[in-house]
Write a protein that binds this ligand. Structure first.
Ligand SMILES: Nc1ncnc2c1ncn2[C@@H]1O[C@H](COP(=O)(O)OP(=O)(O)OP(=O)(O)O)[C@@H](O)[C@H]1O
Length: 266
């Protein structure tokens, strides 16, 4: 399947502001995303990443600004998008294939075996979610999103609860499916390496503003031991942690001062 696109905008966010109870959580966000892009959104906890994703999904209204999806102002749910969450949100009382087929018409359900095969779960169609590993549960969640063949896949920290090796397997799977199905992906993650491993553009949000928008021109599959890979990861981490390091340095000085003060007192 080929989606008819590349280099056309799928999302145009201009001057987006989002406030909760009078407090601006997102301030003047400008973000244009082309069809077929893989965007990773990183930033410290509470900076507004999930809020941005929920706005794009149409789950949260903007306070001001403009959001166009495929050239049309978004009103209500974003019909081009499917979302995948950290906890997978599987229904425990439905078997794997029924979770994937949730809300589908019987004709559409014929795709279930194919998509389960694509996520590597062909043999697990008839088991309960409870017997699956964390990684397998996220494969089901991915299948459930992708069976709709969305133009836009929104990933809200989907691998956050998985161990490092399972995460890397999931990176490969997501990358393969992104190439094959040619959807646009927006991934919210705390993991800067994950961002650089998958995205062709990494966006850093700080206190509700985009403070870095970094293209990643490395070929896929990304080699983590490539010096350019490490240098991009460091560049982003330094930007994120810059202020914190200064705070830590101050705290260390403070700790030393107070220790010597207590030694002096003793
Ligand atoms: N529905 C809401 N009502 C009030 N405040 C909210 C609501 N949703 C989010 N917030 C606040 O907006 C800020 C940004 O939250 P958001 O979840 O977008 O951050 P985040 O960067 O995704 O954080 P994390 O990485 O911890 O998930 C936080 O201060 C949060 O408390």
């Amino acid at each position: 399947m080929t989606k008819d696109h590349k280099n056309e905008p799928i999302l145009q966010l201009d001057n987006i502001v989002k406030s909760f109870d009078g407090k601006e959580v997102l301030k003047k966000i400008d973000l244009h995303v082309n069809k077929g892009d893989f965007i990773a959104v990183v930033g410290k906890s509470g900076c507004g990443k999930s809020t941005l994703l929920r706005i794009i999904a149409g789950l949260e209204e903007i306070s001001s600004g403009s959001l166009l999806v495929d050239g049309t102002e978004l009103k209500g749910r974003n019909q081009l998008a499917k979302m995948m969450f950290q906890d997978g949100r599987l229904l425990p009382w439905k078997k794997v294939s029924d979770n994937v087929g949730l809300g589908l018409k019987s004709e559409e359900k014929k795709q279930i075996p194919t998509i389960l095969k694509q996520v590597g779960l062909a043999e697990r169609a008839n088991v309960w979610p409870a017997v699956l590993s964390g990684g397998q549960k996220q494969r089901v969640a991915l299948a459930r999103a992708l069976i709709h063949d969305p133009e836009l896949l929104l990933l809200d920290e989907p691998l956050g609860a998985l161990d490092a090796l399972t995460r890397m397997e999931m990176h490969e799977l997501i990358e393969d499916l992104w190439k094959e199905k040619q959807f646009t992906a927006i991934l919210v993650t705390h993991d800067v390496e994950e961002a650089v491993a998958l995205a062709n553009r990494v966006i850093l949000i700080e206190e509700g503003e985009i403070v870095m928008d970094l293209p990643v021109h490395l070929p896929y599959p990304r080699q983590r031991d490539n010096p350019l890979f490490s240098s991009l990861v460091s560049q982003i981490l330094n930007r994120i942690m810059g202020k914190k390091r200064k705070v830590e340095a101050n705290l260390t000085t403070l700790a030393k001062t107070s220790t010597s003060a207590s030694v002096r007192r003793a």
